[in-house]
Write a protein of this length. Structure first.
Length: 333
């Protein structure tokens, strides 16, 4: 028996269903030795990535193990409320990852922007794709909907991080150019169009490149997993094609929404650029948690003020209509 086959066997030498080898923690431990290659390279070249590699590897093991236990119960429950709850948890974790781990620049309201963009694009594409492209009835079948949502979020997270980072950098570095456009009468849409276009293009390029080489050079993870699980190769290929098209659409929707919101935040409704709204450096989660009550109260106060202004305006319109009606006199007595 070859060394690889021996390493991939379980302790009793037994195989699972569909000729799949049942892996144990010994197999995971053996695979973790490959991280040593990265550690050696980082140490020799002085990259300073040893700590990040170790933390990422530990996070990978812990997070996937927890997800395995959680998803096992979710799949057995088969309840739509649990599926939606799990989806929202994944979206919230995605927002956290974008803002607190992937962004060196942020802007005010970025969390809400990411939350709305990711929720809209993921649910819209995920529900329609699961129901009609994957022919799932109901669409929330846990074994298909949750993994699909995870793949959509994993790809659009990278796209949103690239798009928002590029947009904020362009607005910050090109402040004088944008102010020149605005001073000559350009609207904020005209002044920020080139920035938004370039940001969306950069975010979409990885997905386009991935689609162009998939199946020719690279065998994607989902297709590999299905083949190893015993599925038909052609069936696995069709599933992967559907997933790639869904990823492309969800990434485009999320990126476009986030970039438009970013531009309209930095260039306000009065067509003025507001560089003070760009926050340098990575934000602090603990600081944001402490500011949460104040921001919540500010939001409630803003809603109350808007309602008061609407009622006042409505009353003025009513008074104006009543005065006009009383002043009118017939032409003929």
């Amino acid at each position: 028996m070859d060394v690889l086959g021996f390493a991939l066997q379980d302790e009793n030498g037994k195989h699972g269903d569909n000729n799949m080898v049942e892996l144990t923690w010994w197999n995971v431990g053996f695979a973790s030795l490959f991280i040593v290659i990265n550690l050696i390279m980082s140490s020799i070249l002085g990259l300073g990535l040893e700590k990040s590699l170790l933390i990422s590897a530990i996070r990978c093991v812990v997070q996937l193990t927890i997800m395995g236990f959680v998803l096992e119960d979710v799949f057995q429950a088969k309840h739509p409320a649990i599926v939606i709850l799990m989806t929202m948890i994944l979206i919230l974790l995605g927002c956290y990852e974008i803002i607190y781990n992937k962004s060196n620049k942020t802007f005010r309201g970025m969390f809400l922007t990411c939350l709305c963009s990711m929720t809209m694009s993921t649910l819209l594409v995920g529900i329609i794709g699961s129901r009609y492209a994957m022919a799932q009835d109901p669409f929330w079948t846990p074994e298909k909907f949750i993994p699909t949502t995870g793949m959509l979020l994993g790809n659009l997270m990278s796209g949103m991080a690239v798009a928002i980072g590029s947009c904020l950098s362009s607005l910050s570095d090109g402040q004088e150019k944008i102010e020149t456009y605005l001073s000559y009468g350009a609207t904020r849409w005209e002044a920020g169009l080139s920035v938004a276009t370039e940001s969306v293009r950069l975010a979409m390029l990885p997905t386009i490149n991935q689609m162009s080489v998939i199946g020719l050079i690279a065998i994607p993870g989902m297709m590999t997993g299905q083949i190893m699980g015993g599925a038909s190769v052609l069936q696995a290929a069709r599933y992967q094609q559907i997933i790639m098209f869904m990823i492309s659409a969800s990434t485009a929707l999320a990126v476009l929404t986030a970039v438009v919101t970013c531009v309209t935040t930095i260039i306000d409704a009065e067509h003025r650029i507001r560089p003070e709204r760009i926050l340098q450096g990575r934000p602090s989660l603990w600081k944001d948690i402490k500011l949460l009550p104040k921001r919540t109260w500010d939001g409630i106060h803003w809603c109350i003020m808007c309602c008061g202004r609407f009622q006042k305006t409505h009353k003025i319109w009513d008074d104006s209509d009543s005065e006009t009606s009383t002043e009118r006199t017939p032409l003929l007595n």
